[in-house]
Design a protein around this ligand. Structure first.
Ligand SMILES: *Cc1c(COP(=O)(O)O)cnc(C)c1O
Length: 405
């Protein structure tokens, strides 16, 4: 029998051999099933992180396994110089179920936003000339860690140390239509935003805000880019978050849940914008491999056919109702927000100790900004699993209140 490595050994070696770019929890995860994961000491955790909004159909999904195995036995990768069926099938499925006319595949959220930034710039350059190149983005946004997406990210703590960043990005506060209006000069080519800010603390748009943004963009001929990397693919209770608000973007980016864990991203746009990208305009070696797209296709089909999007809405409502009840008992809860299964709970104390207390009780959750707890479980989460977390949170808040006196 193979010897199970000790947690301490894996952690020690990781800390020795890898860049220390992550502040990690001291556990080594080895296996998952549905909403549960296990560490190498056999300890079970209920996973309300899901790889940060990635594994929507849960861990070890039989459907994902089947798609992976079948495609792995046929064709894993060829160049984008050739057509492949799974890639074409996924593109068709995405177009048929969205505002978009065309899809470009890549490998991550940052890459999909890179593609969106390049497309918006190229379209505007060709149509209006080089002066019009500024991209307006939001304070507290998150669009990725590459140099261009970092330049589009409105968080100082993430940007610090990498100057000079790309020129041509301007920031306005989220939910402030007047500020956007003032910033919309003749030099603006695009507005880039998350319809619901994820990393920024699960911040939802105020009623009328996205409609206002859309109207401003349309009036000025400015491209509207929605980054749905975190909130897309059914998480909010609709396939795409912007569908809740009756507005459509010109460009949309997807990644996280698109492949349920297989790395894949996508940039989608209208025909009008898509015309700016011709052969040689943009490319990637791995973007949309047969393997990744075969899995994504199976995942998207399941989201559409098996009712998971409605389930996400129902479980989100149930979860939020439970949290509301908790907030009546515990003053530490200041605000509960989100849509479907992306939920943020703002506390009046730092969230990190609560995240750690949850982990010690066998629940994985994460924060977003200093005082917000973020819940992004698999969309297949069950009521009983939500109940268990609510009970644990109740006890954790009780303990905190005891200590505070
Ligand atoms: C995670 C995230 C990204 C970056 O995705 P990566 O795959 O980590 O590059 C971009 N935008 C949003 C809204 C995200 O949540």
């Amino acid at each position: 029998m193979e010897k199970v490595p000790e947690t301490s050994s894996t952690i020690k070696r990781a800390d020795q051999y890898m860049f220390q770019t992550y502040g990690r929890f001291p556990i080594t995860l080895v296996r998952g099933d549905g909403c549960r994961v296990w560490d190498d000491e056999g300890r079970e955790y209920l996973d309300f992180v899901a790889g940060i909004a990635v594994c929507s159909l849960g861990h070890s999904s039989p459907l994902v396994q089947r798609a992976l195995q079948e495609q792995a036995g046929k064709l894993v990768h060829v160049s984008n110089l050739y057509y492949t069926e799974p890639q074409t099938d996924l593109a068709q499925l995405l177009v048929e179920n969205s505002f978009a006319d065309r899809v470009f595949f890549c490998n991550s959220g940052a890459e999909s936003n890179e593609a969106a930034i390049k497309l918006a710039r190229k379209y505007s350059m060709e149509k209006f000339g080089p002066e019009r190149h500024v991209i307006i983005s939001m304070i507290n946004s998150f669009h990725g860690r590459t140099m261009a997406t970092l330049s589009a990210t409105g968080q100082e703590k993430i940007r610090t140390g990498y100057d000079p960043l790309l020129k041509g990005f301007r920031f306005v506060p989220f939910n402030d239509i007047k500020a956007l209006e003032r910033s919309m000069g003749e030099d603006v080519c695009a507005v880039m935003m998350e319809p619901i800010q994820g990393e920024g603390g699960v911040v939802c748009p105020d009623p009328g805000y996205l409609e206002g943004v859309r109207a401003l963009c349309s009036e000025k001929g400015v491209a509207l880019i929605f980054d749905e990397v975190q909130v897309g693919m059914g998480r909010t209770g609709k396939l795409f978050a912007h569908e809740h608000y009756g507005v459509t973007p010109d460009i949309m980016t997807l990644a996280k849940a698109l492949g349920n864990g297989l790395p894949i991203g996508a940039m989608l746009s209208t025909e009008e914008l898509a015309q700016a990208f011709g052969p040689g305009s943009h490319a990637t070696t791995f973007g949309g491999t047969p393997l990744a797209t075969a899995v994504s296709k199976a995942v998207l089909k399941s989201l559409l056919d098996d009712g998971w999007v409605m389930h996400a809405k129902n479980m989100g409502d149930y979860f939020k109702a439970g949290l509301e009840k908790l907030s009546q008992k515990h003053d530490v809860i200041k605000n509960i927000r989100g849509l479907g299964l992306i939920i943020g709970v703002e506390l009046d104390v730092p969230g990190a100790p609560v995240v750690e207390a949850c982990r010690q009780k066998g629940f994985l959750i994460i924060g977003a900004q200093e005082k917000v707890l973020r819940f992004v479980p698999p969309l297949v989460v069950k009521k009983e699993e939500i109940d268990l977390l609510l009970e644990a949170l109740d006890n954790i808040f009780k303990d905190m209140e005891m200590k505070r006196g």
